[in-house]
Design a protein around this ligand. Structure first.
Ligand code: SAH
Ligand code: ZN
Ligand code: ZN
Ligand code: ZN
Ligand code: ZN
Length: 422
């Protein structure tokens, strides 16, 4: 889909030079598309680009993959193979071609319903950054959605949630929830029909399947028989918040357009799952949102730290435009209801009398600084040089440039401690 327009700024200079680059791949190694905004592109180069794109299409189209799947499920267990190198379901006639590759054999129907369990997570940090929900968190999200009365889930970059919904729907007769997965990971087209999965780029709101895919999404968002829709998204954390927000607003607009007049000023309900240090950036773009204290856990996520309780501490939270008090967090996991804030908070999150709110972001008890006039992390102290609270070992001079990710001074986005993964 379309590239994004960026600007190269050099320090001290007001205006930078603008250029187009790939919206989805933040690593030039994954996609080296680069073009100055004012650059003239020759016919030859255009042709070469188109040629390159033609040669880099997936082996099969979504439609072909759906046909292949139909044939695959007809095979006896002993003939159901998945090539781990090509990440592809194989039909017997293709075994030969993959003979030097590693296979998974005897793929059961249950396995086919949980592809995220055997597709390897695309961990490539800057592009796909596939971090899958731990079962506990996925179950929590689904139960929450059901308790809130939602019957349709637009799963944007949440394959595991989608898969949990799909597999329950096929197994439990009275399970009424449906899901549509929008994701850039085309491997999923092998397991889901065109009504269940759209190949989609959430950084530029691009549907690879064109108008037909648009229409699938539109239909899904149309709330007939009062079936309430919610969108759940868990984008890669290295992604540009502004680009994501712009796409999500377009999805919200799609929902609004499909609605009857009754919708008035309402927004499509949404859960945006993202680290807590993006709070101010998200709230700037979505003023109706607030951040919940629930810590979303992942299977393959190295962002875990072991807190003093031995429970892993995840920095990932749910941002939502639903009324906070509706989001009931599990008491068994240590969450409680604050009657003043009218929302569920972490057990360690103390209500601060001066701020008049439960101020902790990371689940630990924060302390109030009278000079900063706000609560700060327990490990911080007030620095008179910087005129704000900081870690005891911070260096005072490095305050000129701020990190793109967490907004703090002293390091660049690439070195942001909030994003470091082992
Ligand atoms: N926790 C989720 C997965 C989140 S990982 C779950 O368990 O279901 C981020 C997801 O976003 C991955 O599925 C990845 O394929 C998808 N993704 C990454 N870049 C994307 C893009 N540009 N457009 C759409 N989806 C993208
Ligand atoms: Zn292969
Ligand atoms: Zn409170
Ligand atoms: Zn306070
Ligand atoms: Zn202070």
């Amino acid at each position: 889909g379309p590239a994004l327009l960026f600007v190269k700024t050099s320090q001290g200079k007001e205006e930078g030079r603008r250029f187009y680059a790939c919206s989805a791949c933040r690593d030039r190694k994954d996609c080296n598309f680069f073009q100055w905004e004012d650059e003239k592109v020759s016919e030859t180069r255009l042709a070469a680009r188109e040629e390159y794109n033609r040669n880099h299409q997936p082996t099969f189209t979504h439609r072909q993959n759906v046909e292949r799947y139909k044939n695959f499920v007809l095979l006896p267990l002993s003939k159901r193979r998945f090539c781990q190198e090509c990440q592809q379901l194989l039909l017997p006639a293709e075994w030969e071609k993959h003979s030097s590759h590693r296979f998974l054999c005897d793929i059961s129907t249950a396995q086919l319903k949980s592809p995220s369990q055997f597709l390897y997570p695309l961990e490539n940090k800057k592009t796909n950054a596939q971090y899958l929900f731990a079962d506990r968190s996925c179950q929590f999200l689904l139960n929450l959605l059901i308790d809130l009365g939602f019957r349709r889930v637009l799963s944007v970059g949440t394959p595991r949630l989608h898969e949990m919904i799909q597999s329950k729907a096929s197994q439990e007769e009275d399970f009424r929830v449906r899901s549509l997965l929008l994701d850039i990971d085309f491997r999923y087209s092998q397991f889901y029909t065109e009504d269940e999965f759209c190949h989609y780029n959430m950084f530029n709101h691009y549907f690879f399947g064109g108008e037909a895919a648009h229409e699938t999404c539109r239909k899904f968002l149309y709330e007939d028989n009062g079936e309430k829709v919610i969108m759940v998204t868990d984008p890669p954390f290295g992604g540009l918040v502004e680009a994501l927000a712009s796409s999500f607003k377009k999805l919200m607009a799609m929902w609004k357009e499909t609605g009857k007049e009754g919708q008035g000023n309402k927004e499509m309900p949404m859960f945006w799952i993202f680290p807590y240090f993006f709070e101010s950036r998200i709230l700037d773009l979505f003023p109706s949102f607030s951040m919940m204290d629930y810590q979303v856990d992942y299977d393959n996520h190295a962002l875990y730290k072991h807190g003093k309780t031995g429970r892993r501490q995840s920095p990932v939270r749910i941002f939502t435009n639903l009324t906070p008090r509706m989001i009931v967090l599990p008491v068994e996991e240590g969450y409680r209801f604050c009657t003043i804030c009218q929302r569920y908070v972490s057990s360690g999150n103390q209500h601060c009398e001066i701020c008049n709110s439960c101020t902790s972001k990371d689940g630990r008890r924060w302390k109030h600084c009278v000079l900063c006039k706000k609560c700060v992390k327990p490990s911080w102290f007030h620095c008179n040089n910087c005129n704000c609270c900081a870690l005891p070992n911070h260096s005072c001079e490095k305050t000129d440039s701020c990190c793109f990710v967490c907004g703090k001074a002293g390091h660049k986005r690439s070195a942001c401690p909030s994003l470091s993964r082992s």
